[in-house]
Design a protein around this ligand. Structure first.
Ligand code: NAD
Length: 315
């Protein structure tokens, strides 16, 4: 990573000099903070934002342009994009905009999002589709076209997706959003496996910050600033994070941590399982490692070896 500060001629040097980033939904909140932080460190940024309300309405506000103006006022390089991440044509155009304006694409931050909260029985099909379209399909489309361009360029890359506590742990009234955000964590792990050989990493963050999305939520403290989440995203986008992929990190304001998916050692039987046997063994099946649940045996080791070989099988 280039050194911070100034070179011998007094020219400001940034950690992302020469790099090009696309940040979706960067017209406000977290995305704006990422775009500004990257631009301040020398990256040229495509600032994408459809310019909608929190519920995905009133399309066409000039949110992206405002952030581009802010970046330019600081002496940075940026270009606005008003496309929707859930449109394949728009997603392709975002990638093309990076390459046409700045010659390459190194970093993609999939951040665009909306909310349509309702409990399951009150949620209609349109609310489900809207949220899945923007978060999950949007992440798929932008990542797909970005990875295509990155593979073609052969210079590696960084994809950083946005998951959420709601998807990883569950949150009342958010079946659509939780499903999309859990889906994004799954997509992240698979893309990481598929892209390792191209030196493209793919990670996700689950942020908590006071933005217009969370302004009415008392449990999100005013002190949780979007700017406090940005350094983690930047680090994942840096050269230093080359060996980090397929992982999901939490950033609750200034509290950074990792979400890990654990499995218990479980129970493997010689005999076929029966309904009764499941009930009898339920405690052992779910017991964490080191608490007496281990009954793995040779077959389980074989099963693990097959699982670990999967990336090669699908190469
Ligand atoms: P925000 O509403 O300020 O920002 C989201 C931006 O995405 C908006 O500017 C909006 O115009 C844009 N957008 C919406 N639909 C789009 C589309 N189809 N194409 C392009 N842009 C679109 O909210 P935020 O809090 O900054 O959220 C950023 C991301 O972080 C979201 O994915 C959100 O789900 C996630 N997140 C936020 C929090 C939090 O505490 N703020 C918690 C968990 C996850």
């Amino acid at each position: 990573m280039p050194s911070w500060g100034r070179d011998t001629r007094g020219v400001k040097m940034g950690a992302f000099d020469g790099k090009v980033a696309l940040v979706t939904g960067a017209g406000g909140g977290l995305g704006r903070a990422y775009a500004l932080a990257l631009a301040k460190e020398g990256a040229a940024v495509v600032v994408n934002d459809l310019g909608v309300s929190r519920h995905g309405e009133d399309e066409g506000q000039a949110l992206a342009e405002k952030v581009v103006d802010e970046i330019k006022a600081l002496g940075g390089k940026a270009v606005a994009d008003r496309g929707s991440v859930s449109s394949a044509d728009d997603a392709q155009a975002m990638i093309a905009r990076a390459i046409e304006n700045f010659g390459r694409l190194d970093i993609v931050i999939n951040n665009a999002g909306i909310l349509r909260d309702k409990t399951l029985v009150r949620m209609d099909e349109a609310m489900w589709d809207q949220v899945i379209d923007v978060h999950l399909k949007g992440t798929f489309l932008v990542t797909k076209f970005a990875v295509e361009a990155m593979i073609k360029a052969g210079q590696g890359g960084r994809i950083i997706n946005t998951s959420s506590y709601a998807g990883l742990k569950g949150n009342f009234g958010q079946t659509n959003y939780g499903a999309a955000k859990a889906g994004i964590a799954g997509l992240t792990r698979v893309v990481a496996l598929e892209c390792a050989r191209y030196k493209i990493t793919c990670n996700a963050i689950a942020p908590v910050a006071k933005t217009r999305m969370t302004e009415e939520l008392d449990m999100v403290p005013e002190s949780y600033a979007a700017e406090d989440v940005a350094p983690l995203v930047m680090w994942l986008a840096s050269e230093e994070a080359a060996g980090v992929s397929g992982r999901v990190f939490g950033a609750h304001g200034r509290h950074y941590f990792e979400y890990v998916v654990e499995t218990t050692p479980g129970v493997e039987r010689e005999a076929a399982w029966t309904l009764e046997a499941v009930g009898k063994n339920f405690e052992a099946i779910t017991a964490p490692a080191g608490t007496g649940g281990e009954a793995a045996g040779e077959d389980a080791a074989k099963a693990r070896a097959i699982f670990e070989a999967l990336p090669q099988v699908f190469d």
